[in-house]
Design a protein around this ligand. Structure first.
Ligand code: GDP
Length: 207
């Protein structure tokens, strides 16, 4: 079944995805000036939002992973819905921005791995690499990592992403969305990709 695009257009898609609370809404707001849900309640929003940012459409995928107050069935339903929607749009996806909380990546990765499970960040990154020709990883909340540990944490993230998807060299941008750090680089990289595709630059809110 084809998912309806609520914007009613057929523009190329830029997908923003990440676990709840990684700073996805903050990033989209800095870049587009559009207030998408920014909330303290992890996972409180369920379905994707589309932002028309001519010549592209930004897709804000709801935070996955832990969802407070939601039953396991609801969480599974949400995950299935996200996957179905992304698969049905895959021919239109130009790139995905996958946001991780670099201050928590290692601890969450180790926790999931020690339970014998595939860490959800890595699982989702692998999925995005299957359906999206380009994936930019935004290592957000770098302001929460001690300066002397930043390189180690980024190397760890890069290593795990390479382990998960060996045929793609991860593209990682460090950021602190609340401080607008890394946003210029992210915007620059997106613009470069749009340029390669012969598309105009959108009207970013951030200059
Ligand atoms: P989302 O659930 O991924 O959309 O995350 P939000 O954008 O709603 O952010 C979740 C919380 O993290 C909010 O309290 C934000 O102010 C905070 N936050 C977002 N980005 C950063 C960042 O780069 N550094 C820090 N320290 N906090 C951030």
């Amino acid at each position: 079944m084809k998912e309806q695009d609520p914007t009613g257009n057929n523009k190329p898609l830029i997908v923003f995805a990440g676990r709840s609370n990684v700073g996805k809404s903050s990033t989209i707001r800095v870049l587009t000036g559009k207030k998408v849900r920014v909330g303290k309640r992890p996972g409180s929003t369920r379905w994707e939002q589309m932002i028309d940012l001519d010549p592209v459409t930004i897709v804000d995928i709801p935070g996955f992973g832990f969802m407070s107050g939601q039953s396991k069935t609801t969480i599974e339903e949400t995950k299935d819905h996200i996957i179905e929607s992304l698969e049905s749009w895959s021919s239109r996806i130009l790139l995905s921005v996958f946001i991780v909380d670099i201050s928590l990546f290692r601890v969450l990765f180790e926790r999931w791995s020690s339970r014998g499970e595939v860490p959800v960040d890595v699982e989702f990154y692998s999925f995005l690499c299957e359906i999206s020709p380009r994936v930019i990883v935004l290592a957000n909340k770098v302001d929460k990592v001690k300066k002397r540990h930043i390189d180690d944490e980024v190397d760890y993230l890069k290593f795990q992403l390479r382990e998960a998807v060996s045929d793609r060299e991860p593209t990682i941008i460090l950021s602190a969305a609340v401080k607008k750090q890394g946003m210029r680089e992210l915007k620059g990289l997106i613009d470069e990709i749009l340029d390669e595709e012969g598309l105009e630059k959108p009207q970013w809110a951030f200059t």
